[in-house]
Design a protein around this ligand. Structure first.
Ligand SMILES: NC(=O)c1ccc[n+]([C@@H]2O[C@H](COP(=O)([O-])OP(=O)(O)OC[C@H]3O[C@@H](n4cnc5c(N)ncnc54)[C@H](O)[C@@H]3O)[C@@H](O)[C@H]2O)c1
Length: 353
């Protein structure tokens, strides 16, 4: 098995392993960093059906015993009740401080299991095993963990870096089209932040034959950014918010009817149009962005909200520091800049064209 390794050098140094067939070898891969020979696996009901047996068998072969907590899949589970059930499960099963938690699943599992690990016995080690494209290229790396509250998404959480991330590209390869596409919004975003060959692979129709490189490039970009701003205090992590100002407004106004991927895809297109109208990016760049987003069906065509409603939703974004709305606008592929836009001007920009 060929494993590519990205070392993330933050308060806790850890490796992201990227390769094929890694799940079947997970026992061997994690053994060196497991202090005890006991782990708790947290996963959802879809992922457990697909991968729990493989992982348990691999752990068993290496003398690592495990218990598993399975919760219903989807964002609706990312709440305080599931968190509480995970913590009680860990205690009931006598998980100790030197045992390890394995978060096996997409971003929902990663976020809630990471948060549980950060507070159970004041913090135990967590290994992230992402099973969606989104969690592989984004949420499993960087240490942000969270649950949603009734008042909004990700409102309670902690920074808790994993001890390792194991990313099996074979899993990404076999994802249902919809789940795969949702992750592509974040992948396209990465190519707007950094000059990467990904957009060319999309345009040439060969992206899938470069999947390992795609994951590698995106994780390495995330590494670069979190190493510069681990706790999101100096604004460097805001770079990752291309498309997200509009996306958060769409999620909020639709009451999360649209997936994060579709909201981000549409957000990237609308923000690139704003950028063009402000003279920041060229029509050609917008056209390439739109074609890539359409390729993965990540565009909402019948947006039911008025520009006024959109701007009001964007004004409440937690990243804003004044009454202006902050964007990370694309200039071209590999080049973005932070721009504050006055709400009145923003309404006009959203209205025209
Ligand atoms: N912590 C961070 O930095 C960060 C960054 C971005 C997003 N997020 C969070 O990530 C979440 C979204 O992540 P997601 O899109 O992975 O969602 P998800 O975890 O809900 O997964 C999407 C769906 O795919 C299913 N699934 C997972 N793996 C599968 C597989 N291999 N085959 C078939 N189905 C599979 C899941 O059961 C689920 O139904 C959101 O809650 C978001 O807030 C966190």
């Amino acid at each position: 098995v060929i494993v590519r390794r990205i070392s993330v050098n933050v308060s806790k140094k850890y490796d992201v392993l990227i390769g094929r067939g890694l799940l079947a070898d997970i026992g061997k891969l994690i053994k060196p960093i497991c202090i005890s020979n006991h782990v708790a696996i947290v996963t959802d009901d879809i992922v457990s059906e697909l991968f729990l047996k493989i992982i348990e068998s691999s752990l068993g072969k290496c003398g690592i015993s495990s218990v598993s907590f399975i919760f219903p899949n989807g964002e609706k589970s990312k709440n305080i009740d599931t968190l509480s059930s995970i913590l009680e499960f860990l205690a009931e099963n006598q998980i100790r401080r030197n045992d390890t938690l394995i978060a096996l699943g997409g971003g929902v599992v990663g976020d809630i299991a990471g948060l549980a690990a950060s507070i159970y016995m004041r913090g135990i080690s967590v290994i992230q095993v992402p099973t969606t494209l989104l969690s592989s290229v984004d949420s499993s790396v960087g240490g942000k963990t969270a649950i949603d509250l009734k008042h909004g998404k990700n409102l309670a959480g902690a920074f808790w870096q994993p001890s390792m991330v194991v990313c099996d590209v074979d899993i990404i390869e076999s994802l249902p089209d919809l789940v795969f596409s949702e992750g592509m919004a974040e992948v396209i975003k990465c190519n707007l932040i950094k000059d990467l060959p990904i957009i060319n692979w999309i345009e040439q129709g060969v992206l899938r034959s470069h999947l390992e490189d795609v994951v590698f490039y995106c994780v390495d970009l995330k590494r670069e950014i979190v190493e510069r701003d681990e706790y999101d205090v100096i604004g460097v992590r805001n770079t990752l918010n291309v498309g997200h100002t509009v996306a958060h407004a769409i999620e909020k106004l639709s009451q999360y009817k649209y997936s994060h991927g579709i909201a981000v895809g549409t957000g990237i297109v609308i923000e690139s149009q704003i950028s063009m109208k402000m003279g920041i990016c060229s029509p050609d760049v917008v056209k390439r962005i739109m074609t890539a987003i359409r390729e993965y069906n990540l565009m909402i065509y019948d947006m039911p909200w008025t520009p006024e409603e959109m701007v009001d939703a964007m004004k409440s974004d937690k990243k804003n520091r004044s009454s202006d709305v902050v964007f990370e606008l694309p200039i071209s592929f590999g080049n973005c800049k932070e721009v504050y836009v006055n709400p009145i001007e923003l309404k006009t920009l959203l209205k025209t064209g």
